[in-house]
Design a protein around this ligand. Structure first.
Ligand code: NAI
Ligand code: MG
Length: 334
């Protein structure tokens, strides 16, 4: 029996979070879900963005599955997501991006993982107005945080027989901040003689990714570049509805899709539940439930490949519920 915190979130969050909960339960895993919400919906109801019980639940259970959250402007927070990642030191944001059979894209064999530094850089939240007509933000970069994310990337590469880690930076311009990040990568890479360190400047990286994405295996980068490159990579494999993610710290982890709350399609039963379902599969893997995790991934991939019950973003006409039910049926037949 696992105790897991479930944060439905805003917009399409509740719809896709419910889908993921049902799929996890269909594996037969016994889960006691502690459902607590944060974000715009809760704020409108109670005037509080993140009720105390959300923190308590995450701290008690150590594992959470989270839907996307909208942070209202003027609420005193820049972003609840960024706050949670910093508060719990969830320093590693892991986003696997793979070609999904059955989805028509120009690329056939993309298989890469982005490791995004998740606690500092331009998302440090140190930003102020410096005069009536100017504002400034601090791009905080520390050796500790840089080293630990690079280590995550290399250690993943080693465990998964990858031969190359690509560090993405802009140290030619930001010599001290990105320069430090790059130096840390060079230093750590010396401990992994069988894995090449490839250094690519972020603008060139964007071009390389859209022209020949299958040349990359493991990407490690700073907070802002990682945020942007993950959406770019999502576009290469069929869109934001497909890409899962994990925020991992030393003793706590929060799993969530790469996408946001998609207000344009919220409440209409149109959202693709794949990204959060695959995030739930990553969560089961993290809990040591490899087999059940693989079942979920298999069921999702087969459902998409058959193409009968896929949502609009994938060219189909199924609702969120239809697609979820098809995935569950497939899972039960495996
Ligand atoms: P978004 O990711 O919500 O949407 C971008 C586009 O992708 C939209 O056209 C949307 O309909 C589509 N899309 C996203 N997820 C989809 C899914 N599962 N199925 C089908 N289509 C999908 O990005 P946007 O519009 O920039 O942000 C909306 C809100 O979400 C903002 O308030 C933002 O701050 C928040 N956000 C929250 C995140 C989180 O909680 N981790 C991450 C990213 C954004
Ligand atoms: Mg993002």
């Amino acid at each position: 029996m696992y105790n897991i915190t479930l944060i439905p979130g805003d917009g399409i969050g509740p719809e896709v979070a419910d889908a993921a909960k049902n799929v996890v339960e269909a594996t037969g895993l016994e889960v006691k879900w502690d459902i607590v919400n944060a974000g715009l919906t809760v704020y409108e109801e109670t005037g509080v963005l993140v009720p105390d019980k959300v923190f308590k639940s995450i701290e008690k259970n150590k594992v959470a599955l989270k839907g996307p959250i909208t942070t209202p402007v003027g609420s005193g927070f820049r972003s609840i997501n960024v706050m949670l990642r910093k508060k719990y030191n969830l320093f590693s944001n892991v986003r696997p991006i793979r070609t999904i059979p059955g989805i028509n894209t120009p690329f056939k064999n993309i298989d890469l993982v982005i490791f995004r530094e998740n606690t500092e850089g331009l998302y440090s939240g140190i930003e102020k107005k410096s005069s009536e007509d100017s504002a400034e933000a601090i791009k905080l970069t520390t050796k500790d945080a840089s080293i630990r994310i690079v280590k995550e990337a290399f250690s993943y590469a080693e465990k998964n027989n990858k031969t190359k880690v690509t560090i993405v930076h802009k140290a030619n311009i930001m010599k001290l901040t990105d320069g430090l990040f790059l130096d840390c990568a060079r230093e750590i890479s010396k401990n992994y003689p069988n894995i090449d360190l490839e250094e690519v400047i972020v603008d060139n990286m964007c071009m390389q990714l859209v022209m020949n994405p299958s040349q990359f295996q493991v990407i490690v980068t700073t907070n802002l570049y990682g945020d942007i490159l993950s959406d770019l990579c999502a576009g290469l494999v069929g869109g934001l509805g497909l890409v899962p993610g994990a925020n991992i710290g030393n003793d706590l982890a929060i799993f969530e899709a790469v996408h946001g709350s998609a207000p344009d399609i919220a409440g209409k039963n149109l959202a693709n539940p794949t990204a959060i379902i695959l995030s739930a599969a990553m969560m089961l893997n993290h809990l040591g439930e490899k087999e059940k995790s693989n079942f979920i991934v298999d069921a999702v991939l087969k459902t998409i490949d058959e193409g009968k019950f896929v949502t609009r973003d994938l060219g189909g006409s199924a609702s969120t519920n239809d697609m979820t039910n098809a995935i569950i049926e497939k899972l039960l037949s495996l």
